[in-house]
Design a protein around this ligand. Structure first.
Ligand code: ADP
Ligand code: ZN
Length: 300
């Protein structure tokens, strides 16, 4: 705070949030109560073009802190020399790109929290959405890829790097002959159940598949296995699903019943399946909400 600034004039300063996706960046600014004041969508093209538009948006405001959730994989380990880089993405213009460094070069004084796009959405749902009041929250996004963010005891869990539970191995559905779409593992969870796998297996996009078609039973079988593995490994209080594919609400009863059957009462879960495996409560705002919360914490 500058000396001549009053607390009141400072309160008009903004928190900044970036949800950096492989298709688009969503940028937003909020007041200190996290009410969004302005928001923009910017296509993800090259770093210089996209970040040029990002800076043009934020430069209109006086910022107190920024929270960033980025597509990846990213290096999220603050003690790593490559901390803040987008690493091995197939989006070649962004591969091995020092994203956090570029933000810091433009805003040298600004405190910036940097994590994955999945983690900011997990954090938003934990603080303001379906995970409110819980301590341990598993959040899956099922969209172009599958990612998981884990809130452990109220904080974003980090190992040496971020866990990549979207690529766990799954048992194949007996009626499923699809080879799998993951460029690294073929028929891992993402390779069998993300949006592109659905589209390649059935020859049409998920949103064009009717709610009663067998596609959703097969989809639910894989997502139920993700829930089972997550339950056995982490014993969370709740498992929340976001991302485009999870907008198919008929999936949830199917996931829950297959989960219950697969788990076979081997362990107890903290709630009935309809309270334990749930869709996001914040819709498409989970990520921006989480990024703003991280900005607020950085400022404090
Ligand atoms: P991204 O993962 O790129 O951030 P989305 O979460 O919207 O964005 O995921 C896009 C993927 O989800 C695409 O493969 C798309 O076909 C699929 N998808 C998006 N909306 C729906 C929907 N309503 N029903 C089924 N699949 C959807
Ligand atoms: Zn994989």
């Amino acid at each position: 705070m500058k000396n001549n600034e009053t607390a009141e004039s400072r309160s008009i300063n903004m928190y900044a949030a970036i949800e950096a996706g492989g298709t688009k960046f969503v940028c937003a600014v909020s007041d200190h109560e996290l009410h969004v004041q302005d928001r923009i969508h910017i296509p993800t093209t090259t770093p210089s073009e996209t970040l040029g538009a990002v800076f043009a948006f934020f430069d209109k405001y006086t910022l107190d802190a920024m929270g960033v959730g980025s597509f990846g994989p990213i290096d999220a380990n603050p003690s790593s020399p490559q901390y803040g880089y987008i690493t091995t993405t197939p989006k070649l213009a962004w591969a091995n790109y020092d994203f956090l460094g570029a933000l810091k070069a433009h805003y040298p004084q600004l405190p910036i929290a940097f994590t994955t796009d999945v983690n900011v959405a997990a954090y938003g749902e934990f603080k303001r959405g379906a995970g409110q009041g819980k301590k341990n929250v598993a959040y899956y996004t099922v969209g172009t890829g599958i990612g998981m963010g884990y809130i452990h005891n109220g904080g974003i869990y980090m190992g040496d790097q971020n866990p990549e539970a979207g690529h766990i191995l799954v048992r194949r559905h007996p009626d499923d002959t699809f080879a799998g779409a993951c460029p690294y593992h073929g028929d891992c969870l993402e390779g069998m159940a993300a949006g592109p796998a659905i589209e390649q297996r059935w020859g049409k996009k998920g949103k064009d598949i009717g709610p009663d078609e067998p596609a959703w039973n097969i989809e639910a079988y894989y997502l139920a296995q993700a829930c089972m593995t997550t339950t056995l490994f982490l014993s969370p209080d709740i498992i929340i699903f976001g991302g485009g594919v999870s907008k198919q609400s008929q999936l949830f009863p199917l996931i829950r019943s297959q989960f219950t059957r697969l788990l076979a009462d081997y362990v107890t879960v903290p709630a009935d399946a309809d309270q334990y495996i749930v869709p996001v409560a914040l819709g498409d705002d989970a990520g921006i909400t989480g990024a703003l919360l991280l900005a607020q914490e950085q400022a404090a």
